[in-house]
Design a protein around this ligand. Structure first.
Ligand code: PRP
Ligand code: URA
Length: 209
């Protein structure tokens, strides 16, 4: 069974309190999603493999450590996941970025897939799927299916907010995928929105409502 990690770092929680606020406008919302994603990436990558190297400081030779393990791919679920990419790339600028287009049919809440473009060497990379919201879990499960069908193996899922229903769905379909969230909320309402959540992440990021 995959594990769920909730990041309760005070900086993350402070920023989450602002993005949840309905009075927070598009510009500030976008900046905060970017910052929270960067802080979460710092935690998600804490077990990356390093190797010792010798460098010469202005004073003397020194042993230092550089990244040595598998390379990374970040895969946002369009569209809201795009808002999380730049913050992560600021920490890991050499990561490749794949894109998966999935949206939720507003009536059925079922995922509708419309795009998938992944790095060719996806099978050799550690993969972080990013999307601010994990609600029913339909979009995340579909995205993971896409990636596995193209050879992706070491997959992690990073969300700002997850509902218990979404966590359960991902754990059932993909017990090998760990889930990293800034908050685990109470439940879904009758329209499939996370309660208390932050509303529609895509609309708040891009000002489409
Ligand atoms: C939102 C969100 C997730 C999905 C979560 O996207 O960004 O991708 O809903 O819901 P689920 O867990 O029930 O599948 P949306 O479908 O609104 O598309 P958008 O990002 O293009 O607005
Ligand atoms: N998608 C969103 O953007 N918000 C929710 O609360 C649920 C799905």
């Amino acid at each position: 069974m995959s594990e769920v990690f909730v990041f309760d770092h005070p900086l993350i929680q402070h920023k989450m309190s602002i993005i949840r606020d309905k009075e927070t406008g598009c510009k500030e919302f976008r900046e905060l999603v970017d910052e929270i994603s960067m802080l979460m990436a710092y935690e998600v990558t804490k077990d990356m493999v390093t190797e010792p190297v010798e460098v010469e400081t202005p004073i003397c030779k020194a042993k230092a450590y550089r990244l040595a393990g598998r390379k990374l791919a970040i895969v946002p679920i369009l569209r809201a996941g795009l808002g999380m990419v730049d913050g992560i790339l600021r920490l890991i600028p050499n990561a490749k970025v794949g894109h998966i287009g999935v949206y939720r049919d507003p009536e059925t809440l079922k995922p509708v897939e419309y795009y998938c473009k992944l790095p060719l060497d996806i099978g050799e990379r550690d993969i972080i799927i990013v999307d601010p919201m994990l609600a029913t879990g339909g979009s995340a499960v579909a995205a993971i299916n896409f990636i596995k069908a193209r050879g992706g193996k070491n997959i992690q899922l990073m969300n700002l907010i997850a509902a218990p229903e979404g966590i359960k769905a991902v754990q059932k379909a993909h017990p090998d995928v760990n889930i990293y969230v800034a908050a685990q909320d109470s439940h879904l309402n009758e329209l499939g929105y996370i309660v208390p959540g932050l509303g529609d992440a895509g609309d708040r990021l891009y000002g489409t409502k």
